[in-house]
Design a protein around this ligand. Structure first.
Ligand code: GLA
Length: 395
């Protein structure tokens, strides 16, 4: 895992020509095309997606790319520019949950999910390249899945709409990879747009693109990858999800989306202490998403700092999915000029974001690096991201 992480963080995606040339050299044929899909940063709205709530992620300027060619038989051959596995080859018919390892779970999971939906998937050769850091909470796995499903949607002529591709990749994650995740990441990757955040209603998949650009406001969005690896197939994510389901059941609602901030006082008398705090996070976080959308429209990104901060506190204290490295990244950023900061993604590691005035960028970077060294933590990787386009065919 760490070797893959290192090569991914340091190398950019190969140019289209390189990827096509490498594909041709490795597989002995020319690919039918090249598709790319981005990772994502969630601006705000954490662990609200599987509660049928609101999220506000954006697609980032870091992508997974796949060169894909169809075969005449039903064999799948997979190769990545960063793995040490060489070409992984398997018959399509042997695909089942548990049958794949490492990064191959993601393309194979997508193929499996499409077949579950009765879509005739052909054998393929596939070469993957990516510069979305793995395990950093930036949805590297969904970037791969969304690049692959875009390719297969085009190559099979299945004509799936973005909403259907979202559900198919969710099925791949939930049932093939074994991570009980929601729909936020793939929605951002498939439906993102340059200069916008994706305001998604997870109850009905309605999307509103909200203008979100840091440059004109003299801000940068810093990502601080703490290098603490996480996996949503581990227990923490599932146990938070179970608490939310329990909360909804006790409160007699279909999903926590249906609980409002004003209902919390009554809810506190009905729920045990821990479940109440989990519920309070989701309910207040949904409200913060709505407030963020409103403030972005009315005043622009410089106005949302306090909401980012409040989101982090809620995840740290109520939902309990932060970790010392994420808390330190947030604190050091805020103490040195960031106007708002929070952990982003599923938690238990991964990355924090810090919305920072351009004039304070160096100070924040230096302060975070020093704070990590002082605490004896692994040096973080710090970089900027901008809201970028969603998945597309590029060759
Ligand atoms: C992960 C999951 C998403 C979402 C976030 C938390 O990224 O894949 O579905 O639940 O965690 O907001």
């Amino acid at each position: 895992m760490s070797a893959i992480r290192d090569s991914l963080t340091t190398s950019g995606p190969a140019g289209t020509e390189d990827l096509t040339a490498r594909f041709t050299r490795e597989f002995g044929s020319v690919p039918a095309g090249v598709w790319q899909a981005p990772g994502r940063v969630n601006l705000i709205g954490e662990h609200t997606d599987y509660n049928e709530g609101f999220v506000l992620p954006f697609a980032i300027d870091r992508t997974a790319r796949v060169a894909v060619g169809t075969r005449t038989d039903s064999t799948v051959r997979l190769l990545s520019t960063y793995g040490d596995q060489g070409i992984v080859s398997m018959p399509l018919d042997s695909l089942r949950p548990g049958s794949a390892k490492g990064w191959t779970k993601y393309p194979l999971g997508v193929m499996w999910a499409l077949r579950q939906r009765g879509i005739g998937v052909p054998g393929i050769d596939l070469l993957l390249d990516s510069n979305v850091p793995l395990g950093a909470g930036l949805s590297s796995s969904h970037a791969i899945e969304c690049a692959v499903i875009s390719a297969l949607n085009d190559l099979t002529g299945a004509g799936l709409k973005a909403e259907e591709m979202v559900l198919a990749t969710q099925q791949a994650e939930n049932d093939f990879v074994g991570a009980p995740t929601g729909i936020m990441d793939q929605s951002a990757s498939l439906r993102g747009s340059k200069g916008h955040a994706v305001f998604l209603d997870c109850r009905n998949q309605d999307v509103n693109l909200v203008p979100f650009e840091t440059d004109p406001a003299d801000l940068v969005m810093l990502v601080i990858d703490t290098k603490v690896s996480h996996s949503h197939a581990d227990g923490g994510y599932a146990s938070r999800r179970a608490s939310c389901e329990l909360g909804a059941e006790v409160l007699g609602v279909k999903a926590l989306r249906d609980v409002q901030v004003g209902d919390l006082e009554e809810a506190s008398g009905l729920l045990d202490e821990v479940t109440f705090r989990r519920v309070r996070h989701v309910v207040t976080e949904n409200d913060r998403v709505l407030q963020t959308v409103e403030l972005l429209g009315a005043q622009g990104p410089a106005a949302i700092g306090a909401l980012l901060d409040a989101s982090h506190v809620s995840m740290r204290d109520d939902f309990e999915i932060s970790c010392p490295e994420l808390d330190l990244a947030v604190e050091a950023s805020r103490a040195n000029g960031a106007i708002g900061a929070r952990m982003t993604g599923g938690g238990f590691g991964g990355a924090a974001i810090a919305l920072t005035p351009v004039s304070s960028e160096h100070k924040v970077r230096d302060a975070v690096v020093k704070a990590f060294a002082g605490a004896g933590f692994t040096a973080p990787d710090i970089f900027t991201v901008t809201p970028a386009a969603g998945a597309m065919r590029i060759a």
